[in-house]
Design a protein around this ligand. Structure first.
Ligand code: NAD
Length: 472
């Protein structure tokens, strides 16, 4: 438990691990080794402002598990950041990577600032100094620890991290693999920005495709016409909303930190996204109803509730009032374990974070592989494939006498672009992991998807640790 007697995110994650180990026969010391964070680095550094004033900034980086290296996990900029939160998020990364079979240990970093209170120049200074502190202690590198964006950070910050790391490692040919989520010009990968939201979409699409599970919830299969409420319209929330809308679902509510919007007829995602950026929120938007206390939206009537902002949003205080049939954890840790007990009791399906938001790390993995090999996916084979398919179409036309239209021919012969390959790899990962987790739940009669996800992850991590042995 943390100091204020609330459960910290790290406590929460370990609570789920304890529940999952009941379904496994693991050595006690091994479980302890898995649960603990292997390395924790907390540090402070000064920032000099343009007016000459100075302040001290607190940073963190936690490496939860080295059963696979490098470790991987985002960097978060938030005033709420604290070591227990970062430990919890790092641990979650370990189980997430194991569940979706991405070969990384878990890590996470944070800087205790509200980025809205700093200029771009200050944020660049903070990011570069934070990176140099990680370099000093060997807490970053393509083979050691590879950060990515998280709450409050994005491609811009990843670009600054890359440049700082390269300045300290001018002779490293793989230096760009020190971080993912980079701008495309710095060997980022197409599709990374939207990857987490796209992964949430694939996960939800799979969940609602299982007839037997939907019947138990009193829902029809498919995303079409499903009523959705989303909390957080940042990177993950916005892209999730966009893909769900494209699949025919109706976004009826969006909650932001400074107010929410509700519209039974459906909210136009692109339009509201533009409006939010231009007006710093939803106030004054012509359609729908402005909701002053946006957390109220968490308990509005809907089919699917998507918390995509921060942790600890659905707790024992509001869980009993939740009317959604499915909670899709796009954010990390939005549902507390006490809340989940209530929700499970009330027949609410929770699709857990450790699975659902794994799209980000999955595409980060593809970006990292690209940085190590220094070649884009598809570059070598795209034209070759195109020629082969073109030859095949010619043979089919000759032997059948049928003439394909230009459009048909183009569709058949077009080779896969880097973006096509990224999307296909992401979809494959999310589809397989969902069904593996759900099948295990049914086979072992586990009460919810989260515990099934932890069981699967723990099985894999424990095998890695046992195969590694103990040094010395
Ligand atoms: P972001 O900073 O882009 O967006 C977060 C959004 O939530 C912002 O629009 C912010 O204003 C809003 N918000 C903040 N407090 C709120 C509140 N109290 N109520 C409603 N809205 C609020 O961050 P993000 O990258 O979208 O991350 C969101 C969540 O998803 C985090 O939990 C993060 O750990 C998780 N996640 C992100 C990624 C990724 O690739 N970015 C990957 C996996 C998990």
């Amino acid at each position: 438990m943390s100091e204020n007697n609330d459960y910290s995110l790290f406590d929460e994650v370990n609570h789920f691990v304890d529940k999952a180990t009941k379904h496994l026969d693991l050595d006690k010391a091994l479980v302890q080794q898995i649960k603990e964070c292997n390395s924790i680095y907390e540090f402070n550094f000064p920032l000099r402002n343009d007016d000459g004033s100075k302040e001290v900034i607190k940073g963190f980086r936690v490496q939860h598990s080295h059963h696979k290296v490098p470790v991987k996990g985002g960097i978060r900029y938030s005033e709420e950041v604290n070591v227990e939160e970062i430990k919890g998020l790092a641990a979650l990364m370990t189980y997430k990577c194991a569940l979706v079979e991405i070969p990384y240990g878990g890590g996470k970093g944070g800087v205790k600032i509200n980025p809205r209170n700093y200029t771009e120049t200050q944020l660049e200074k903070i990011t570069r100094r934070y990176t140099s502190e990680l370099i000093k202690k060997n807490f970053i590198g393509p083979a050691i620890d590879v950060p990515a964006p998280d709450y409050g950070t994005g491609a811009r910050e990843m670009g600054w991290i890359t440049d700082t790391y390269m300045a300290f490692h001018p002779d490293s040919i793989t230096a760009k693999g020190c971080v993912t989520g980079k701008p495309l010009s710095l060997h980022g990968i197409p599709g990374r920005t939207e990857a987490t939201g796209r992964g949430v979409f694939f996960g939800l699409r799979e969940a609602v495709s299982v007839e037997e599970d939907m019947e138990k919830l009193g829902l029809k299969t498919g995303l079409k016409d499903k009523k959705i409420i989303i909390q957080g319209m940042g990177n993950v929330g916005y892209h999730t909303a966009m893909y769900l809308e494209q699949a025919g679902a109706k976004i009826i509510g969006i909650a932001e930190y400074n107010g929410g919007l509700y519209d039974e007829d459906g909210i136009d995602v692109q339009e509201i996204h533009r409006y939010k950026i231009e007006n710093d929120g939803f106030k004054g938007y012509k359609k729908g109803k402005f909701i002053e206390e946006s957390t109220d939206l968490l308990t509005y009537e809907c089919d699917i509730l998507v918390p995509a902002a921060l942790e600890n949003q659905i707790t024992s205080d509001n869980a009993k009032d939740v009317k959604a049939k499915i909670i899709a954890e796009a954010a990390n840790g939005p549902v507390s374990w006490e809340a989940e007990e209530i929700l499970t009791e009330n027949n609410v399906m929770v699709i857990p974070d450790l699975y659902l938001n794994a799209g980000g790390v999955t595409v980060s993995y593809f970006e990292w592989l690209k940085n190590l090999s220094r070649v884009s996916f598809g570059k070598l084979q795209k034209r070759y494939e195109k020629q082969k398919f073109s030859d095949l179409v010619d043979i089919m036309e000759e032997s059948s006498g049928y003439k394909f239209s230009e459009k048909q021919r183009e569709t058949i012969i077009k080779g896969a672009s880097e973006r096509d390959l990224v999307d296909s790899g992401l979809e494959e990962t999310m589809v397989n992991a969902y069904h593996n987790m759900n099948e295990l739940r049914k086979k072992k009669n586990i009460k919810n998807l989260r515990i099934a996800g932890f069981v699967l992850a723990l099985e894999r991590i424990s095998i890695s640790y046992m195969d590694l042995g103990i040094f010395p």
